[in-house]
Design a protein around this ligand. Structure first.
Ligand code: ASP
Length: 304
């Protein structure tokens, strides 16, 4: 392995705790006028995104710059990939410019793991197909721990398109390592039963009310139409059965946290009044994305 960060599955509890603890230091700095450090001065991070991104790409770039590193972002449509270059050739080309890390998002599950076998440059997985999105799970954990003392025994309902969600997988790995009780919920076509085997202590239900009953955290997921060959539910019907509305919130714990990795689709996965409610920590997740990615970049670049 290249010494980067490919997934939560490979991380120990101690490694995760160290990242979350370090992210706390960086969270505090975000409220200061001067937010920049010299910790990674002279280092270079390349962001290579083969899929759309707003939050992840921007926050990796901001995180690198706040640590004093230089950052370059490349999207597939503006690169030689659109001229037919292979993935390995593109990565070798970028690695020849001697960056200290490559942050990569790709539609194929396992793409960063495959490349990490060939490159000396550390690779940080910013989302690979339906497989993992490790920094999302880390920033989600940071956000939950800003409101709760521990993840242990928390009931976390993850609701929506579980089948295509790398966010769900990374969160399942992380939450179960810390003893949280994860309940997966979605329509049968989007909730493969074998997902329960991915981590210990996973419950499953097709019924949204059952999933939410007594929940400490409700994590809503986007319907990943780009990974589906057909739309299993017309949007209105999906919202009727699996959209989070204010009436659901009272089924959960009174201090429930409503989360969503974004981009949110109001009126499809959740109603506007829930997205903007006091229970919603969706923008806190975005804010924590910068602090957590600073902690990840620092760890990876200091190793390399
Ligand atoms: N932004 C997240 C991801 O890249 C979630 C989503 O796109 O729905 O997986």
């Amino acid at each position: 392995m290249s010494g980067g960060l490919l997934g939560i599955e490979d991380l120990s509890r101690e490694e995760i705790e160290a990242i979350l603890e370090r992210a706390r230091d960086f969270q505090r700095v975000q409220h200061q006028t001067v937010k920049k450090f010299d910790l990674l001065r002279g280092r270079m991070v390349v962001n290579l995104f083969f899929e759309s991104s707003t939050r992840t790409r921007t926050s990796f770039e901001i995180a690198a710059k706040r640590l004093g590193a230089d950052a370059v972002s490349i999207t597939a449509s503006g690169s030689s990939v659109s001229k037919g270059e292979s993935l390995v050739d593109t990565l070798n080309t970028l690695a020849a410019m001697r960056p200290d890390a490559i942050v990569m998002r790709h539609a194929a599950s396992g793409a960063p793991h495959f490349l990490a076998r060939y490159l000396d440059t550390p690779i940080i997985n910013a989302g690979d197909g339906t497989h993992e999105h490790p920094t999302q799970a880390l920033l989600d954990a940071r956000t939950i721990l800003d409101h709760r003392a521990t993840l242990e025994n928390l009931r976390v309902a993850i609701i929506g398109d579980i089948a295509h969600s790398r966010v769900a997988r990374s969160n399942m790995y992380l939450l179960s390592k810390f003893g949280a009780r994860v309940v997966l919920c979605g329509p049968p076509a989007l909730l493969p039963m074998e997902m329960a085997q991915l981590a210990p202590g996973i419950e499953m239900t097709f019924n949204m009310r059952d999933a939410i009953a007594g929940a400490d955290v409700i994590m809503m997921l986007r319907v990943q139409l780009e990974r589906q060959h057909e739309t299993p539910f017309p949007p209105n019907e999906y919202f009727q059965f699996y959209g989070l509305r204010l009436e659901h919130i009272s089924l959960a714990k009174p201090d429930v946290l409503v989360m969503h990795p974004g981009p949110i689709n109001r009126g499809r996965e959740l109603s506007s009044d829930v997205a903007d409610s006091r229970q919603s920590v969706i923008l806190n997740q975005v804010e924590n994305g910068v602090a957590v990615r600073m902690a990840v970049l620092e760890k990876v670049l200091n190793k390399s």
